[in-house]
Design a protein around this ligand. Sequence first.
Ligand SMILES: [Zn+2]
Length: 131
Amino acid sequence: MEPDASPVAPILAGLRCKCPRCGRGDLFVGFLTVAERCAVCGLDLARGDSGDGPAVFLIFILGFIIVPVALMVSMRVDWPLWLTGLVWGVVILGGTLGLLRPAKGVVFALQYRYRPAEFEAPDHNDRDPGA
Ligand SMILES: [Zn+2]
């Protein structure tokens, strides 16, 4: 399939965890496992690699939001230590796990938008051993 004439918005496709080229096929086959190919347009998704980018972005974004909020809450209420650990543990784990898929989808889609050649490059495993 030829790329669509109207490009897919990478942020929107990433947040929806959809293929960065067609915006319709699912990007993931598991929680964070990227599909080999898009089931709709056939884009070779296995060539993309978001690396540690999504996790690093979430560390900064969630840390920037949660740490000040946790400090403000701890100055206003006197929770026991176990409740503080429980509440903020749930908030941090829930926020991280809830945002990791969309963050990975956005980084993946931006990678496709700005470096599409990485998805088109010949596979290193297909090289002729005699060459
Ligand atoms: Zn697709």
